[in-house]
Design a protein around this ligand. Structure first.
Ligand SMILES: [Zn+2]
Ligand SMILES: [Zn+2]
Length: 348
């Protein structure tokens, strides 16, 4: 089969090549891939700057497809099922995080598209526990983005506890920021997205999908806008999805007393100057939200089924597997929102 293989840790070192097809043994399910999303993590892997990636490996961890074979121990999934899958391939199974199914925090977790061959290929295998059958009304394109949607669910609902009537601000309007915006809107919150002048196209996508206000921080005063919208109180919850230190500090500034700031963006440095005075004096709940876990997927699939979120609306570009570089370049340059590789568009 054809696949995009990260051959060794150096920058680029990625090739479109023939590799053997994986086999569905034990509890594994073999999936023929329809679509595979290109994620920021894939760009870091491409650049050789993501230490979790263990080459040689096929990249890709956001996907949809159809089941073509199941292992002997598989019980509830059948050939022909339309599916997506969590990115967890295996965990240690006995740490405190595994006991509570917080697989995103297991330090011996192996992930699809990072340590285990992923979805930028014609076929991949995933364990039954991670595979989810798609609701019939959900498109393969939207289903391929269930993973970033689940990251948005984890941050918005499981960490941010966003409720109807709240005002929230999202810093960064890439794929993750857009997913948080859609989930927060589905929760009944009023959504502000904050970015830069170069985010114009991304702002338009957020506004078309329910965001209330987009703020260009180069030309507009975000703090003043928030004050006016919240009677001087500040937003209930902020989401930092950009990994920029000034954005994190602005989030702490514009969030109300006893509000929450959810850190999703990864900072380039390990140690960064954060305004802890805001955390202290306003009793702000400043918490991290890392990836997603099984409970996030259940909620994400329900939101998809009910049509409350439509992830395919953030797709800016679809490329073939052979032309994967175009999708990677768009993502690396920060153009559009989401690039998706169509591995087999005939799978509906
Ligand atoms: Zn991703
Ligand atoms: Zn564990």
């Amino acid at each position: 089969m054809k696949a995009i293989v990260k051959t060794d840790p150096g920058k680029d070192h990625m090739v479109y090549q023939d590799v053997p097809e994986p086999e569905a043994t034990g509890d594994l399910i073999k999936i023929k891939v329809a679509y595979s999303g290109v994620c920021g993590t894939d760009i870091h892997a491409f650049n050789g700057s993501y230490s979790s990636t263990k080459p040689p490996v096929i990249l890709g961890h956001e996907f949809s497809g159809v089941v073509v074979a199941v292992g002997r121990d598989v019980k509830n999934i059948r050939v022909g099922d339309r599916v997506t899958s969590e990115t967890t391939f295996s965990t240690c199974g006995h740490c405190s995080s595994c006991m509570t199914k917080d697989y995103n925090l297991c330090s011996n977790r192996w992930g699809i598209g990072t340590q285990i061959n992923g979805s930028m290929a014609e076929y991949l295998v995933s364990r039954e526990e991670s595979v989810h059958i798609l609701p019939g009304n959900v498109s393969m394109l939207s289903a391929a983005l269930t993973e970033p949607l689940a990251c948005g669910v984890h941050a918005t609902i499981e960490k941010g506890n966003v409720q109807k009537g709240m005002v929230v601000c999202i810093f960064g309007v890439g794929a993750i920021g857009q997913m948080v915006a859609q989930v927060a809107t589905a929760c009944g919150a009023k959504v502000i997205v904050a970015g830069l002048t170069s985010d114009k196209e991304r702002f338009d996508i957020a506004l078309a999908n329910g965001a209330h206000r987009a703020v260009d921080q180069f030309t507009e005063d975000l703090a003043a806008i928030v004050k006016e919208m919240t009677g001087g109180e500040g937003v209930d919850v902020s989401f930092e999805c950009s990994g920029a230190v000034p954005a994190a500090n602005k989030a702490l500034e514009i969030t109300r007393r006893k509000g929450s700031v959810i850190q999703m963006g990864v900072f380039a440095e390990e140690k960064v100057p954060i305004r802890c005075d805001y955390v202290l004096h306003k009793e702000i709940n400043y918490v991290g939200s890392r990836s997603q876990k099984p409970s996030s997927w259940m909620t994400a699939l329900r939101l998809l089924e009910e049509g409350l979120v439509i992830p395919e609306k953030i797709v800016s570009k679809i490329v073939t597997l052979e032309n994967w570089r175009e999708g990677f370049e768009m993502t690396a340059d920060g153009r559009g929102v989401k690039a998706v590789i169509a591995v087999d568009e005939s799978i509906a």
